[in-house]
Design a protein around this ligand. Structure first.
Ligand code: RNT
Ligand code: ZN
Length: 425
C-alpha cells in the first residue's frame, strides 16, 4: 500500500470515529506509550544458556522443531532486534534467570547483576526496559517437582536464595535503565495425584516467600509479582501456588498478582477477573497467552479473550497499574514471526479497545438501554480500526500489514537457516 493511500484511509476513519467523540490522534499517542514485556523465551524454546544439558521441566512444554532457534545470548538479541523492527512502539524484554550471558558458570543461587551485563548494555542501546524471573525449573534441584515449598529445608533454601538474588538483579535492571523492573515468581510445585495434606506445602511456600521478600527494595527499581496456576504436566491434582493462595498473598503483602490466561479452567477468563482484583491490589501483571484445550501457550492472536482483556484495561483505565507481559512458546513456526504476531496482535487489540465509544456504551448500560449497548457494540466491530492501525505502523516506521512477513522470511533465509545448518555440522 502506498503511504498516501494509508493516509487517505486514515483521514476517512478519523472522521468516522470523531462522530462518536473518539479522537484517533490522541488514541495513537496513548497507544504509543504502552510497553509490552516481550518474553525472551519464545526465541529458544525456553532453554536458556546456563544449563543447556537440562531438559525443559516444571510441567511446561514446547513442541515443534522449526529450524533456527537462538543458541547464544547474542543470537537471541539479534532475533529480538529483528522482531522489534517489525513491532510499533518501545517495549521491554522479559528475561528468565537461565538467560544469563556470562562465561562464569554460576548456579542459580549465585547469580549476580554482572552475569546479565550484556543484556543491560544492549537494552540501553536499544531503548528497551527489562523484566526478570527466577527460573525455578529445568534444574537438578527442582526435579522432584518442588522448589520453594520443598519439604527439605536445604532445597527450599537454595530456591529462596535464587529468588532473593533475582530480586537484586531486577533492582539493578531498574536502576540502570531508569524504568521499574517487574520480577515475577512462578514455581512448578505440585502433586501429580491427590495429596493428603494440601496445607503444609502452602504454609512452607508462604514462609519461603516471606524470606524472599524480606529485603526491602526501592519500588522505583523493582516490584515483585507472584503467578498462580491451576495445574501443570505432572501437577494435575494439586498446585501449591493456586490462584487463591497468591491472590491472598499478594493482597496481604502488597505484591502484584500475575494472571496468566492459560492458568485457569478452560472456560474461566482472566478478563473477567481484572475489575475485581484492581479494586484490591496495587497493581497487576498479565501473562497474555493462548490456551488451546489446556495451558498450551499458543502464540497470542486477536481473539475474543484478547479483545476482552484489552477492553477491561482501557475501559477501567487500568493501563497505568497493569504490566502487560506475553507468555507463549511455539517451536513449530518461525520464532521471530511468533513474537511479531503475538505482540502486534496485543497492541492491535488495545487499539481496537481504545476506538470504542466507551462513555456512550456505559451511559446506555446505566440507563438500562441494553438494545443500544448490544447494537453499538456489534456495529463497532466493523468500524475501520485497520486504517488507524496501518497509519500507526506507517508513522512509527514499521512494516504496514503483512509486508513484515517478507522481512521475516528474508531473515529466516539469511540468518536463521544458515545458523541451523552450521549447528548441525
Ligand atoms: C508456566 C508459567 C510461567 C512460564 C515462564 C517460562 O506455566 O506460565 O510464566 O511460562 O516463566
Ligand atoms: Zn506465565
Amino acid at each position: 500500500m502506498l503511504s498516501n493511500e494509508i493516509e487517505k484511509a486514515y483521514e476517512l476513519a478519523r472522521e468516522q470515529y470523531a462522530k462518536h467523540g473518539i479522537d484517533t490522534d490522541q488514541v495513537l499517542e496513548q497507544l504509543d506509550k504502552i510497553k509490552i514485556s516481550v518474553h525472551c523465551w519464545q526465541g529458544d524454546d525456553v532453554r536458556g544458556f546456563l544449563f543447556q544439558d537440562q531438559d525443559l521441566s516444571g510441567g511446561i512444554s514446547v513442541t515443534g522443531s522449526h529450524p533456527g532457534a537462538a543458541r547464544t545470548a547474542g543470537e537471541l538479541r539479534q532475533d529480538l532486534e529483528q522482531a522489534f523492527s517489525m513491532i510499533p512502539g518501545r517495549h521491554k524484554v522479559n528475561l528468565h534467570a537461565i538467560y544469563a550471558d556470562t562465561d562464569e558458570k554460576p548456579d542459580l543461587d549465585e547469580i549476580m547483576p554482572h552475569h546479565y551485563e550484556p543484556w543491560v548494555e544492549w537494552a540501553k542501546e536499544q531503548g528497551l526496559g527489562l523484566d526478570f524471573n527466577p527460573t525455578c525449573f529445568s534444574h537438578e534441584k527442582s526435579k522432584e517437582g518442588f522448589t520453594l515449598s520443598h519439604p527439605d529445608a536445604s532445597i527450599r533454601q537454595f530456591w529462596i536464595d535464587h529468588c532473593k538474588a533475582s530480586r537484586r538483579i531486577g533492582a539493578y535492571f531498574g536502576e540502570q535503565l531508569g524504568q521499574t523492573c517487574v520480577t515475577n515468581i512462578w514455581i512448578p510445585d505440585g502433586y501429580k495425584d491427590t495429596p493428603v495434606d494440601r496445607m503444609a506445602p502452602r504454609k512452607r511456600l508462604m514462609e519461603s516467600l516471606n524470606e524472599v521478600f524480606a529485603e526491602p527494595i526501592d519500588p522505583a527499581f523493582n516490584v515483585d509479582a507472584v503467578e498462580s496456576k491451576l495445574f501443570g504436566l505432572g501437577s494435575e491434582a494439586y498446585v501449591v501456588g493456586s490462584h487463591e493462595f497468591y491472590m491472598g498473598y499478594a493482597i496481604k503483602n502488597q505484591k502484584l498478582t500475575c494472571l496468566d490466561s492459560g492458568h485457569f479452567h478452560p472456560t474461566e477468563t482472566i478478563s473477567g477477573k481484572l475489575s475485581s482484583l484492581a479494586l484490591f491490589t496495587s497493581g497487576l501483571l498479565l501473562h497474555v497467552s493462548r490456551p488451546m484445550r489446556w495451558d498450551s501457550d499458543h502464540v497470542v492472536v486477536m481473539d475474543d479473550e484478547l479483545l476482552e482483556i484489552a477492553r477491561e484495561l482501557v475501559r477501567h483505565r487500568l493501563l497505568d497499574v497493569t504490566h502487560i507481559g506475553l507468555d507463549f512458546f511455539d517451536g513449530s513456526i518461525n520464532r521471530v514471526a511468533a513474537w511479531v504476531i503475538g505482540t502486534r496482535s496485543t497492541i492491535k487489540a488495545l487499539l481496537r479497545a481504545m476506538l470504542e465509544p466507551v462513555e456512550t456504551l456505559k451511559q446506555a448500560e446505566l440507563e438500562g438501554d441494553y438494545t443500544t449497548r448490544l447494537a453499538l457494540t456489534e456495529e463497532f466491530k466493523s468500524y475501520p480500526f485497520g486504517a488507524v492501525w496501518d497509519y500507526y505502523c506507517l508513522k512509527t516506521g514499521v512494516p504496514v500489514r503483512e509486508t513484515w512477513l517478507e522481512q521475516a522470511k528474508d531473515y529466516e533465509q539469511n540468518v536463521l537457516l544458515p545458523r541451523w545448518n552450521s549447528s548441525l555440522s
